[in-house]
Ligand binder design. Structure first.
Ligand code: S3P
Length: 441
């Protein structure tokens, strides 16, 4: 997260939430559209509309500029002149990925593949996140990478004198779209096919947007392939859909506040992202999804949500990857549900922008909810009549924790204000979050 903290923000009960919002651009798709445009076959400029104004996707653009890629930003339209896989230059400066794990991990795949000499840095949070998960497969492919303590950023990519990388078959040890994408992107620079095998599907934007071949094996495993032979012709006009991960905050805020009815326009509904929809519907949520007929590689819909009586649920481990970023706010919903809810097998949450199991426990504790923390998740003993007590919510500058805390506080007693620390951190993914909250109130 960039910039200095402006302290805390007061927030509380806003009554029933009503109205409609246009969701901000999807962060995962924005990053990919810019990176993939940069390495596409040179020729035509690629115009990306509805590019995210959030900090993370802008970290990707600033890295691309330092790598010699012409990038022009006008409002939310980004025009990129592709330089192709051979056109990336050694940057004169370090590549600052800010708070963005997607920038660092996907960019590392491209840069290791291209043999670009560079240093990738990040903020304090990103510098503490595990990078062995990408260093190991990239080294297996022959890339030369050094890292702090051999596992943390800054990452230094050193020119690989032996030429292009070796293709590998890589079985993902963790369900991670960032690791999958990193290996597949490095594979775009190897002569023969690189295959990534995933047993639990993670978000599939990379394979969708690049048109990578995907085979489903008899045991259900997904095998995704990339290689130098694949022509990269990204659509000349790309429109980034709205972010389902942003929509999830309004889904829960509307569900827990009686009398609410909220419409979320232009929301991406890629099934590898919308696990939270099914979980909330299973909890009794009244949510309807009206798909947009316009088509495109990424499906989009208008989602309508009405406040609902919720009942507790247990997530099974297979559900976690497709709801990974929504789990903090799902935990908030669970505090207002009848009975016990359980989120287990979710240790990956400990390696996000902050330790999100500990951070969710902190939100629940501040609000006075009943829960138990486990090494791999949390159990929440919900109560439909739960009224959060006022308090100061810590956020560790994690955007999704700040937004989840605001949703929790929205159900507190009218007139009892809570405070959310580092409220500006929402800018990492959703700069208009607080304004949108005001619009619905
Ligand atoms: C992302 C993948 C997920 C997600 C992150 C964005 C992506 O991370 O949590 O916010 O754009 O590929 P992991 O791949 O580490 O699960």
């Amino acid at each position: 997260m960039q910039g200095e903290s402006k302290g805390t923000r007061k927030t509380g009960n806003r009554g029933a939430l009503k109205g409609s919002l246009k969701m901000p651009a999807d962060k995962s798709i924005a990053h990919r559209s810019a990176m993939f445009a940069a390495i596409s076959e040179p020729g035509m400029d690629i115009v990306i509309r509805n590019y995210s104004s959030a900090e993370d996707p802008h970290s990707t653009l600033s890295c691309l500029k330092k790598l010699g890629v012409p990038v022009n930003v006008e409002g939310d339209t980004v025009t990129i002149t592709p330089v192709g896989r051979d056109g990336i230059i050694n940057p004169k400066e370090e590549l600052d990925c800010g708070n963005s794990g997607t920038t660092m991990r996907l960019m590392a795949g491209i840069l290791a593949g291209a043999g670009t000499e560079c240093i990738l840095t990040g903020d304090e949070s990103l510098s503490g996140r595990p990078m062995s998960r990408i260093i190991n497969p990239l080294r297996e492919m022959g890339a030369k990478i050094s890292a702090r303590d051999d596992k943390y950023a800054p990452l230094k990519i050193i020119r690989n004198s032996s030429g292009s990388l070796k293709p590998i078959h890589y079985k993902l040890p963790v369900a991670s779209a960032q690791v999958k994408s990193c290996v597949l992107l490095a594979g775009l620079f190897a002569d023969d096919p690189t295959t990534v095998e995933e047993t639990v599907p993670s978000r599939d934007h990379t394979e969708r947007m690049l048109g990578l071949p995907v085979e489903i094996r008899h045991d259900g495993a997904r095998l995704i392939t990339s290689s130098k032979k694949l022509k990269l012709n990204l659509d000349v006009h790309t429109v980034v859909p709205g972010d389902f991960s942003a929509a999830a905050f309004w889904l829960v805020a509307a569900l827990i506040n009686p009398g609410s009815s909220v419409k979320l326009e232009n929301t991406g509904i890629n099934p590898t992202r919308t696990g939270a929809l099914g979980i909330l519907q299973r909890m009794g949520a009244t949510i309807s999804v009206d798909p947009d007929k316009s088509g495109g590689k990424e499906p989009v819909a208008t989602i309508t949500v009405k406040s609902s009586k919720l009942k507790g649920t247990s997530l099974n481990q297979e559900e976690i990857p497709n709801a990974i970023d929504e789990i903090p706010v799902l935990a908030v919903a669970m505090a207002f549900a009848e009975g016990t809810s359980s989120i287990r097998g979710a240790e990956e949450l400990r390696y996000k922008e902050t330790d999100r199991i500990a951070a969710v426990a902190s939100i629940l504790k501040t609000a006075g909810a009943d829960f138990k923390e486990f090494p791999d998740g949390i159990e929440i003993y919900g109560n439909p009549n739960f009224v959060p007590q006022p308090g100061v919510y810590q956020t560790w500058k994690d955007h999704r924790i700040a937004m989840s805390a605001a949703v929790m506080a929205s159900r507190s007693k009218t007139g009892e204000e809570s405070e959310v620390e580092f409220p500006e951190c929402v800018g990492v993914s959703y700069p208009g979050f607080w304004e949108d909250f005001d619009k619905l109130s």
